[in-house]
Design a protein around this ligand. Structure first.
Ligand SMILES: Cc1ncc(COP(=O)(O)O)c(C=O)c1O
Length: 387
């Protein structure tokens, strides 16, 4: 085995590289927290599949959470096939064929405009299916610095602004949905909720449910769970007839997974550069989009430790760079690198650009030391995405 210098010693050394490894005990710990919120407040928490859709662990998640939040027919079908329970769907717009696919499986559908609701109302009502329809509203308030991730930024296409409610009938609508948070704490939810109520509370007495969207960082260490519970209980005391839903994606899988990669080569051009067997753009695109810097086991900021390298990916993209990191010992081909917190918004966003091999997907149970490769990918997966 090549020597492994930056690798969690708990994990077996013969993991195929690259590989996403999800720790099912950590997943369980997150689900324990989410479930305790549900039990304390009587709210329902859904798993937003856009953030985490590793379906081999759906049985664990569906035992604890109320259902899934889907972004359209494919996620909804994955939820219906493999998760079960409640299927809630929102998309900026639905085609007629989307609606036909959703009718047999969706429990809640939220629309992004009155025009979409009017376009699909008759189809839903005449289907004989019991589907609860809602509207996604834009509370016009958020505290997100990165515009790319801010659904309430000026001019956003997401959610119906209060002004568009004037003169509209909400007959047939049973719920309101807002999504205005991104990796945020409960104090932000409290302020968003207050804006939401200022603008939309006149319609709440006639609703059956309110969906507080995602972006709640409930399972991150600094999250104020007591304030979340207090905020939900207070809301329930004002609106006792409303069922409350939260639909986090990230919170399900925070700190549950790593991406194991291998150094393939070291090159030098004004700096030391390590070429890895992964790609930022193919496997961890948020590092470029957001952008952010993933933590690596046993590595520091540039020049914090003795040997600094730029870590680069396999694709042709000049900017396929994960970042600059320093290590105690020089990197060598064959060294393993372990990127932390790589379970959410990674597997769901990967591509096979340049035909680069997709990382395997595995589970790890540190209590029993069971390591299971759930899926490996190869040439056929690349070929089958093309024609
Ligand atoms: C409508 C909606 N619900 C839920 C989520 C999940 O958010 P997060 O993964 O940040 O909790 C998102 C994320 O974009 C979203 O757009």
């Amino acid at each position: 085995m090549d020597h492994i210098v930056h690798y969690d010693p708990q994990l077996p050394g013969d993991i195929p590289s690259p590989c996403f490894v999800v720790d099912i005990q950590r997943l369980k710990a997150n689900l324990d927290i989410l479930d305790s919120i549900q039990k304390t407040c009587g709210c329902k928490i859904l798993c937003a599949l856009k953030g985490f859709a590793m379906h081999s662990v759906f049985p664990q998640i569906s035992r604890r959470l109320a259902g899934v939040c889907a972004s359209g027919p494919h996620e909804a079908r994955l939820g219906a096939d493999l998760f079960g329970k409640e299927i809630h769907v929102f998309a900026p717009a639905f085609s007629q064929s989307d609606m036909e696919d959703l009718l047999p499986i969706a429990h809640h559908i939220s629309f992004n405009s009155f025009a979409q609701w009017h376009a699909h109302r008759e189809t839903i009502e005449s289907s004989g299916q019991s589907i609860s329809c809602g509207l996604r509203v834009n509370p016009g308030y958020s505290e997100i610095d990165v515009a790319l991730y801010d659904p309430c930024a000026a001019g956003s296409r997401l959610g119906i602004p209060r002004s568009a409610f004037d003169g509209q009938s909400l007959e047939g609508i049973e719920g309101l949905h807002f999504h205005a948070l991104c990796e945020q704490n409960s104090d932000t939810l409290k302020r968003v909720l207050s804006e939401f109520e200022k603008q939309f509370s006149q319609w709440l007495p006639q609703m059956k449910w309110v969906n507080f969207g995602g972006g709640h960082h409930i399972t991150s260490p600094n999250y104020d769970k007591d304030l979340l519970i207090h905020t939900i209980l207070q809301f329930q005391s004002r609106f006792p007839n409303l069922e409350i839903y939260l639909e986090p994606g990230e919170a399900i899988a925070i700190n549950t997974g790593v991406l194991v990669a291998t150094v393939l080569d070291i090159v030098h051009n004004e700096q030391d550069i390590a070429i890895l067997d992964i790609s930022a753009t193919c496997h961890m695109p948020d590092t470029l989009e957001m952008p952010y810097r993933p933590e690596i086991v046993g590595a520091g900021l540039p020049n914090e430790r003795v040997h600094t390298y730029q870590l680069g990916g396999l694709s042709c993209l000049a900017g396929d760079v994960i970042g600059d990191y320093s290590f105690d010992a020089p990197l060598q081909p064959g060294d393993r690198i372990q990127f932390l917190d790589m379970a959410h918004y990674t597997m769901v966003k990967t591509t096979t650009f340049n035909g680069i091999k997709h990382p395997s997907i595995a589970t790890w149970n540190p209590t029993t030391s069971e390591f299971e490769i759930v899926r490996e990918f190869g040439y056929e997966d690349y070929k089958n995405r093309l024609s």
